[in-house]
Structures are given as C-alpha cells and as structure tokens.
Design a protein around this ligand. Structure first.
Ligand SMILES: C[S@@+](CC[C@H](N)C(=O)[O-])C[C@H]1O[C@@H](n2cnc3c(N)ncnc32)[C@H](O)[C@@H]1O
Ligand code: SF4
Length: 449
C-alpha cells in the first residue's frame, strides 16, 4: 500500500468486534436488565458461551487483555468457585432447550488451570449449558504452561480447537516483551494437542513489537507455516500505555513506526498467501478448506469479541470477570475488577455493570460495519432495505467515502463499495465512517495499521 495513504488514513479507530463498541457501554444496563434479557430468550435458541480466565503466571509486557499476574494458585481456585455460581445464576434464568453451538475459553490464560480444574469447570458447564454434538469448543493456549495432563483434560471435556499464542520466534523480540518461548515449546504444544485429538489449530502472531523487523516476522511466518495450522491470526501490536500501564515497560524507541508496521504486516501476509492461506477480514488467514474460509467465501463470516468466527448464534453468554455478552436486546459486560465480580457472586446477583441496548439504528449501522469488516464489501442501500430503513440513510457517509474512492482505497459499483485488496489494512477506517458514535465522544483506540 502507498505510504501516502497510510499517512492520510492511519488514525485511531476501533477494531469493531462489536457495534456499538465497548467504550460506549454505560451503566444504564445492569444486573436487572441482564436478568430480564436472559429470561426473555426464546426456549431452544442456540447459544454461544465465552468463559474468561483472568490470570497469567507471567505477564507479557505487550498484553492488552484483562488479566492479572498470580504467583499462587489459590486465587484461581477461588475464582473457579465464583464462576460456578455465575453459571448457576445464568442457568436459572434461561429457560429450556438451549444447545450451546460455540464454546470459547479465553483470557488471560485458561491453561493456568490445573487438569482437575479443567475437568471440573468443563463438567459444570456441560451440566448447566449442554453443548450440541457438533459444537465448536475452542480454548486459548499458552504453550509455556501446557503439561500433558492439561492437554488430556482439554481433550476429555470436548475441546476441538486450540489457539496457540506464538507472537514472534526471535529471542531478542521475546526478551523485549518478557515472553520467552522457545520454538520447541510451541511445536510440542501443537503436536501434543493434535495427538490428543484436538486437531483444529490456530496460531496467534503479532507484528509491530519492539525490535521486530521484516526478516524476523518472515522467519516467524515460515515457522508458523511449517506447523500447518488451520488458521493464523496476525495482530498489530496495540500500544496503549496510558490504559495498560505495564506496556510502559516496553522500550518505545524500539517500536517500529507506521511504515515499518505496514511493511511487516504485508511481508507476513505475502508469505502466508504464497503458502496457500486465504486472507480473511482485517487480521486472519485460513486454509481454503477451513470453515472460516468457507464462511468468508459464502459471505457468512461473522465478527464478535473473539475476532472472526463462523458463530451465528443470536445470544452469546459471557462468563467471568470483564466478560462481554451479546443478547438479542443488547450488550452486557461483567465487572472488570476481581473484587467487584466476587462481591456480586457472593451476593448471589449477576455481575453486569455496563452494557448497551441495541436500537434499530445501531442494528443497521452494525450490520454495515460487520459486512465491511468481514467481506470488505457492503451495499449499504440494500441493508437499509433489509432493515426497513430509508435507502438514503447513508447518503452523507457515501459522500465522505468519495474521497476514499479517489484515493484508490475503495471501488464503487452501483450502490456497493469494496475495499481494494491492497487497502485491506484500512478496512477499519472505512467502517469508522459508518460509526454513529465516533464523533460523539473521546475514546481511546489503537492505530489502524
Ligand atoms: C488473550 S491472549 C490469550 C492467549 C494466551 N494467554 C497467550 O498469550 O498465549 C490472545 C492473543 O492476543 C494477542 N494480543 C495480546 N495483547 C495484544 C496487544 N496489545 N495488541 C495486539 N494483540 C495482542 C496475542 O497474540 C495473544 O496471543
Ligand atoms: S498475552 Fe496471554 S500470556 Fe501474555 S499476559 Fe496476555 S493473556 Fe497472559
């Protein structure tokens, strides 16, 4: 991509894992609304479940997730008892016949759980929220803490997809972010998981980290390709030290600038595409026969808090501190501080502290943004018709986008707009034009590229 375009469009924009985005959630939605929304779910509606484990035993300095460093296991045990209470609170409200189609354990590091606790949590979830026989069950894996007994426990509870954190294989980079992970460890995790029957493997890579270079990210891409994963996510390091204080431990002078970040992202993408992976949305790659690539080809790809997904359930239940859920009525988020989550559970009430009802305009704008983020293409007037809205609703946005068309970021055919392949990294900037909240408040996001 032309560096002039990068300069012009590389602004601070959301990643659009939801719309409205999380900074626009507020206290108008709390435990009572969530309880009512759960009770209103039609019996039998398929569910998706996200479980958050907010602990790690070492802290990567780049980490942008809700997690806490622990050097004892007791807080983890105590948290699991609270999670069991929350599972019970949700189960008591949701009626009958809800099969779980997608289960995702994220964090933090779910692999911090001892094998017997993996079995216990899996059992508690299966008893309260049974999974469909063809459900996808994915877990985020930190290969630095994955004893064989943990792999066996994950396989036993039905995990069938693993996302392994890799980032970069270079030791200089690893030391600069406090995440030393020899390649043999990553290989052992992938081999062990596959041997246990967990065959769908995703790898998470990053660019934009301190001391990363084109050569280093290429070497990481080649290493990843050799492991033959089904999917690869390539995240641009989001450096927001004013929000994530531990990121101040990173030497800002060693961070690549915008041009270097773009060159790194392009170098990895080139390698992955040459190896047969299909680029998906903003930051994913998948083998052409993977369900994600098929969903993308068929225009059925979805975007949620875990990124790109084939999950089309109308209700996502978020469990654990900071977890976000989405019900047909709106978004809900649990308390982030562990003590606040604990207080709610001990008092026997849901831990929802903020959220956002989804209104008709949100639904329409959200649909336009989701199609752009997933397909890089959208016909806004057609979506207006589907949503029963005035076909000219987006006339002002389409006028703004004329500039993007002149700059070669977008092609316009009839009413539809398509982000050009070489401008793929700017898709968030195009989506932001349709964001009705962006101009309303000061929110802090990461750079687009
Ligand atoms: C929440 S972590 C969970 C997985 C596990 N804890 C691990 O690190 O292996 C998921 C992934 O998010 C990505 N990530 C974390 N912090 C990030 C940041 N500040 N910017 C971009 N990606 C980030 C990393 O690739 C990481 O592997
Ligand atoms: S990247 Fe993963 S292992 Fe590292 S601190 Fe964040 S959640 Fe923990």
């Amino acid at each position: 991509m032309d560096s002039r375009l990068l300069e012009k469009y590389d602004r601070l924009v959301p990643r659009y894992t939801s719309y409205p985005t999380a900074p626009h959630f507020d206290g108008s939605v709390g435990a009572d609304s969530y309880a009512a929304w759960l009770s209103d779910l039609p019996d039998g509606m398929p569910l998706s479940v996200y479980v958050h484990i907010p602990f790690c035993d070492t802290l990567c300095w780049f980490c942008g997730c809700h997690t806490k460093l622990v050097n004892r296991y007791e807080p983890v045990t105590a948290y699991l008892r609270l999670l069991e209470r929350e599972i019970g609170l949700v189960r008591d409200r949701i009626g009958i016949g809800h099969a779980v189609r997608h289960m995702h354990w994220g964090g933090g590091s779910p692999t911090i759980l001892h094998p017997n606790d993996i079995l216990r949590l899996g059992g508690a979830l299966a008893a309260a929220l049974p999974m469909a026989s063809d459900a996808e069950f994915a877990v985020e894996i930190d290969p630095r803490e994955l004893p064989p007994a943990a792999i066996d426990a994950l396989a036993e509870i039905g995990v069938n997809r693993a996302s392994i954190g890799v980032q970069d294989i270079d030791e200089t980079v690893q030391r600069a972010v406090n995440r030393v992970q020899p390649m043999a460890m990553t290989v052992a995790a992938a081999v062990g998981l596959r041997r246990a029957g967990i065959r769908a493997i995703n790898l998470d890579l990053m660019y934009g980290l301190p001391h990363q270079t084109i050569d280093r990210v290429r070497a990481t891409a080649d290493f990843a390709i050799d492991l033959e994963p089904d999917r690869i996510a390539l995240f641009g390091y989001a450096h927001v030290p004013e929000m994530k204080r531990h990121q101040r431990l990173i030497d800002a002078a060693a961070l690549p600038d915008g041009t270097a970040r773009l060159a790194q992202a392009e170098a990895v993408a080139e390698r992955l595409v040459a190896a047969g992976y299909v680029p998906i949305g903003l930051d994913h790659f998948a083998r052409p026969d993977d369900p994600l690539a098929r969903a993308a080809a068929a225009g059925r790809l979805r975007r949620n808090f875990q990124g790109y997904t084939t999950d089309d359930s109308a209700a996502l239940i978020g469990l654990g501190a900071s977890a976000i859920g989405r019900l047909p009525q709106g978004y809900v988020q649990n308390a982030v501080p562990l003590h606040a989550y604990r207080d709610a559970m001990k008092a026997g009430r849901l831990a929802t502290v903020r959220g956002r009802p989804i209104g008709a305009e949100d639904r329409l704008r959200g649909a336009v943004i989701e199609r752009l983020m997933c397909n890089l293409r959208v016909d806004p007037a057609r979506l207006c018709a589907e949503h029963g809205a005035d076909p000219d609703t987006f006339a002002p946005e389409m006028a703004v986008l004329e500039d993007f068309v002149r700059d070669g970021v977008l092609d316009r055919t009839g009413g539809a707009i398509t982000v050009r392949e070489e401008a793929r990294p700017l898709v968030r900037c195009v989506a932001a034009v349709f964001d009705g909240y962006l101009r309303q408040g000061e929110t802090r996001h990461s750079r687009a590229v």
